[in-house]
Design a protein around this ligand. Structure first.
Ligand SMILES: [Zn+2]
Length: 375
């Protein structure tokens, strides 16, 4: 049901940005992720945003992107950003089917909607490690403790925070795997820090993923968080005021996507970013297709880039006097949730940052102002 709603929407979109057959006859694959709202009043389900994509940009590019460049273009991460764009645009309407304004002036997703995320492939990182084990034969030995593992290294070691996978000779990305980022959303919710200033937080009710690795899924999104907290506290009780995760249900499905990963297919370089209220956008190398990633500006930036989301949120803010993106996103209580999530997951180093002056102020690169808590 949920996957089909997303697939039907994907099929109705134009060809641009979809996987194609290359001139050498090699077909491409991609991941499709869609967010579906189901009304508990009439049981109707609507796909409000969907994205495709399997690429990530190396950190060396991110450090000078000023918030214009997308660095993580894995579909499930893009679609959560797209959901923020969806909310912001609904929040600007006088009357919205999906969003309402509270007396406090904050907006919220109407509470009768159930929020489901479907991903056509198992998320990279911990939830899919068993699938790699089936295909690999290198012997890595014992993995080092207390550090983030890179991509698929030490693939027999499970329950660990990992960076996004990439070829071993490819430039380093410090972006965390989708399993780790999605696990964190159970602490933080899916509304981004900047947007949380004007929106009540939203938590996923269910994550729908392909069947086949139930152990890995349960471990990545539930078991390792519970065990991580226990291990860190060494038997002590968690303080009752400490942020707690809101676990989503994990549901597996046999529904498959026509462009899924198969032997002989190559990963598609482009991403589709669609929301029900902003339409379709195609992204390549972190910027809108047709623009160069070296020439970053508001015209080349995707609608889900940090700069664009800030600019879209700004009209809804009563007070927008922030020095930079980092201070705008650190709203009350959020940092605590992030720290608690990091504690639960163990070994989460925040080395990657893309802080910048906010548009409308001086758009100069601010460099390393604050330690980043971006991922
Ligand atoms: Zn991923």
């Amino acid at each position: 049901m949920i996957p089909q709603v997303v697939i039907d929407k994907f099929n109705s979109l134009p060809k641009k940005g979809k996987p194609l057959v290359r001139t050498n006859n090699v077909p491409e694959w991609t991941t499709l992720a869609g967010l579906v709202l189901t009304s508990t009043m009439d049981d109707s389900s609507t796909c409000v945003c969907l994205c495709t994509g399997v690429k990530a940009t190396p950190d060396e590019k991110l450090s000078c992107s000023n918030g214009f460049l997308l660095h993580d273009m894995h579909a499930e991460i893009l679609v959560l950003r797209a959901f923020n764009v969806f909310l912001i645009e609904e929040g600007k309407k006088a009357e919205s089917e999906y969003v309402e304004t509270l007396e406090s002036g904050k907006r919220r997703l109407k509470p009768h909607f159930k929020v489901s995320l479907w991903i056509s492939e198992l998320p990279c990182g911990d939830s899919s490690m068993e699938c790699i084990q089936d295909n690999a034969d290198d012997d890595w030995g014992a993995a080092p403790q207390d550090c983030v593992l890179r991509g698929r290294e030490y693939y027999t070691t499970t329950g660990r925070v990992r960076t996004k996978p990439g070829r071993r000779d490819s430039p380093m990305t410090l972006s965390k795997s989708c399993s780790d980022k999605l696990a964190m959303k159970q602490y933080t919710g899916v509304v981004m820090g900047v947007v949380e200033r004007v929106f009540e937080q939203v938590y996923l009710d269910e994550l729908v993923v392909p069947a086949g690795n139930d152990i890995g899924i349960k471990r990545a999104f539930r078991d390792r968080l519970e065990q991580g907290i226990k291990r860190t506290l060494d038997g002590e009780e968690v303080e009752s005021t400490a942020p707690k995760p809101r676990y989503f249900d994990t549901i597996t499905t046999d529904t498959t996507f026509a462009y899924s990963q198969e032997p002989g297919r190559k990963p598609s370089a482009s991403s589709i970013i669609w929301t029900i209220n902003t339409g379709n956008e195609v992204v390549l190398n972190g910027v809108k297709m047709g623009h160069k990633p070296t020439n970053m500006n508001p015209q080349s930036a995707s609608k889900v880039s940090r700069q664009a989301i800030w600019m879209a949120t700004k009209p809804l803010l009563k007070d927008s006097q922030f020095d930079d993106y980092y201070s705008a996103k650190c709203c009350v209580g959020r940092t605590e949730k992030i720290q608690m999530g990091h504690t639960a997951l163990h070994a989460w180093h925040c080395t990657c940052k893309d802080n910048f002056r906010l548009s409308g102020d001086n758009e100069k690169e601010t460099g390393d102002i604050q330690p980043g808590i971006l991922n």
